[in-house]
Design a protein around this ligand. Structure first.
Ligand code: ADP
Ligand code: MG
Length: 450
């Protein structure tokens, strides 16, 4: 068997194991280039592939390859440039960085620090696909969603990825309002000096780029002449198969006063929205952010949950909360970060408590009525049995029946730690097994919840 057929049989096996997109992105463009001394060398399209295959897929790769060849091979991955360096002596052509070209990319925003979850998965995958095949996959790529959900991050990630893998490509990132103000300035200048060359050079600057990333396009409304110029730029780039990436806080149809012909063009490629992050993604982002700052051991689980429960719709805010809690702990003479400290540090930060109180409040009301105590007692720290037991029952109902998050329950019951809630739930679980009357009583309360 030759290398290609070995690799094809191997890829068939991998295909069976993976979701279609993962296979397409990570494996479809790989190629086996040699098998020597127990080492399999594989050509991959980019550095990101190298890293990802090594870190996440290596066990699967080795296992499936062994199934095909009957031998255990070690794997090494290469990108084209590295192979060329090995074989070709003349390296003149390799990766010449585009000279004097300011791309405005922010190196901090990358794919490897963009955390993926259900709400942004489609956006992230499409962005990566575009980064891997600029101009060929989805053109234009239009990313929309509310503020703080990661649009700008993703756009820079695409740009950085392209520049790192195709160093000859000219990538330009520009916020739309900067495009507008630059254009207006140039226009004025050219009129004042009666010099049309100035406008020409502005136009040329845009025409010669390979990838245009334009952020917050909704800011184009109201600027008629700039809209016209953008329209021309768009057409020219598009016709030359140059990649265009656009973001907005709403979908093209919802950008009022944007010229119809622009809306139409935006719909030629792919439009994707980023949704607000789900709880699990918020937790994963918190973990990533504190890991990046070497703070993993400083943030206990209940503090992370508290932040994730309260920052619902904006990842920028989530980052702010982490910084604030850490700063607060530092100011308090470097005390440990605890749940109480976090609540204190963030008390003005979470303006309104977005946690939906209704159902839990109903439970508190029903339980307190049933046991003839006040709701405040139920939320207090009082430990006498006539209060502590109903409190545990109420927590139990919130957890088991309403399926509320432990941290949220803790907050609802006067800022208690989630371990207190776990303890309460476990205790009542045990009690009802041996006390049928109690079980019935709880059931009656549950039946009253609307
Ligand atoms: P937008 O442009 O949609 O308003 P940004 O891209 O500026 O949002 O994101 C706000 C902040 O949140 C940035 O610091 C960004 O790094 C961070 N962020 C957003 N989404 C993610 C994510 N999925 N993983 C990690 N950080 C994220
Ligand atoms: Mg932005």
């Amino acid at each position: 068997m030759d290398l290609d057929s070995i690799w094809d049989s191997f890829l068939e096996k991998i295909k069976d194991q993976l979701a279609e997109t993962s296979y397409e992105i990570w494996f479809s463009e790989t190629k086996l280039i040699s098998l020597n001394d127990g080492v399999a060398k594989v050509l991959v399209p980019s550095h990101v592939h190298k890293k990802n295959l090594k870190e996440h897929y290596i066990d699967l790769i080795e296992e499936k390859f062994c199934e095909v060849t009957g031998t255990n091979f070690k794997f090494e991955f290469f990108i084209e440039e590295e192979i060329e360096k090995e074989i070709v002596v003349n390296t003149d052509e390799i990766g010449i960085p585009s000279t004097n070209f300011e791309s405005n990319l922010d190196a901090r925003y990358r794919f490897d620090n963009f955390v993926i979850g259900k709400s942004n998965k489609f956006a992230a995958t499409s962005a990566l696909a575009v980064a891997e095949q600029p101009g060929n996959m989805y053109n234009p790529l239009f990313i929309y969603g509310s503020s703080g959900l990661g649009k700008t991050h993703l756009m820079h990630a695409i740009g950085n990825y392209i520049v790192e893998n195709n160093r000859k490509m000219k990538v330009l990132y520009i916020p739309c309002d900067k495009f507008v103000s630059d254009f207006v300035d140039i226009w004025r200048k050219s009129a004042n000096e009666n010099n049309t060359e100035i406008i020409k050079s502005f136009k040329n600057k845009y025409r010669e780029i390979d990838v245009l990333i334009i952020d917050d396009i909704h800011n184009l409304v109201g600027a008629t002449s700039a809209q016209q110029e953008f329209f021309n730029t768009f057409n020219e780039l598009y016709n030359n198969k140059k990649q265009i990436i656009i973001s907005s806080d709403r979908s093209p149809e919802d950008i009022k006063k944007l010229e119809e012909r622009l809306k139409t063009r935006f719909s030629w490629g792919l439009q994707i929205d980023i949704l607000p992050p789900e709880f699990e993604l918020r937790m994963n982002i918190i973990n990533k952010k504190i890991e990046m700052q070497d703070l993993e051991n400083k943030f206990p689980e209940d503090v992370k949950e508290y932040i994730a429960s309260n920052c619902v719709g904006d990842i920028r805010k989530l980052e702010g909360a982490i910084t604030r809690v850490y700063a607060y702990a530092t100011i308090m003479n470097g005390s440990d970060i605890t749940f109480d400290l976090a609540v204190e540090a963030l008390k003005d930060f979470f303006v309104q408590t977005p946690i939906s109180k209704n159902k839990m409040e109903q439970v508190i009301q029903l339980v307190s009525e049933n046991y003839n105590i006040s709701a405040d007692d139920l939320k207090s720290k009082k430990k006498t049995n006539n209060i502590a037991i109903p409190r545990m029952i109420a927590m139990y109902i919130c957890r088991i029946y309403l399926e509320e998050n432990l941290t949220k329950i803790g907050i609802e019951f006067g800022g208690k730690n989630h371990t207190t809630v776990i303890h309460a739930v476990e205790k009542i679980k045990k009690e009802i097994l041996r006390d049928e009357a109690l079980n019935n009583e709880i059931q009656k309360i549950i039946n009253k919840i609307h």
